[in-house]
Design a protein around this ligand. Sequence first.
Ligand code: ADP
Ligand code: ADP
Length: 224
Amino acid sequence: ETVLEAVELHKSFGETTALHGASVTVRAGEVLAVLGPSGSGKSTLLHCMAGILLPDAGTVSYRGIDLAALAGHRRSALRRDEFGFVFQFGQLVPELSCVENVALPLRLAGQRRKAAERIAREWLARLDVDTVAGKRPGEVSGGQGQRVAVARAMVTRPKVVFADEPTGALDSLNSERVLELLVAAARDTNAAVVLVTHETRVAAFSDRDITVRDGKVRQTEFSR
Ligand code: ADP
Ligand code: ADP
């Protein structure tokens, strides 16, 4: 079953063509790794697939809904309710504790503080960082911070998790562990993952790998 489909996306920034006919399909619950050289269009593809950026041409549909046809506030609501995000840096609110950060998406969805923080603590424990619950992001290590970010992305039980170089700032040991935890959390909740990464050992975690080159999806390397 297809959850997300991008067809023939084109996107330019001034003179720079970032996407030039990129197409990709994401199936329910699959872990899709997006590989390719720096500047090839991976982030732009992810941003278009997540409805953060609108393509100049081509369509992105989530469960048959054309994202470009939605009003901006409807697209934001869909992102909030159906998608989770993990980026490389700077996604945690520095003034809030880690548990408050993880609880934030639930608070924004209208949950009470106590209930939201209880669920947030369960996710911190699942990612093996319950000990940092009361600390601020500036007081935890890079690996702990990314686990908190994964907990925050998963707390609303998204259908699709978009991860753009989530381990780009970590050493290889931490990087592998965070990817492993992200993928395990996604598999437990049957979320699909679109994972942009340079991690060469990602094939150990993914169901399918695609390579972006010059703004196109060039190949499907394998499928399990
Ligand atoms: P990747 O994620 O593979 O490194 P990106 O999608 O970030 O590639 O970028 C693809 C191309 O588009 C690059 O040449 C990049 O500099 C350019 N680009 C991406 N976003 C912007 C932007 N907001 N403004 C201008 N150029 C951009
Ligand atoms: P990544 O490392 O994930 O490819 P980048 O550091 O290339 O991300 O880009 C981070 C942000 O800056 C993205 O939102 C991207 O769209 C934007 N960006 C990338 N290249 C440019 C550029 N040349 N000019 C302006 N914005 C850019």
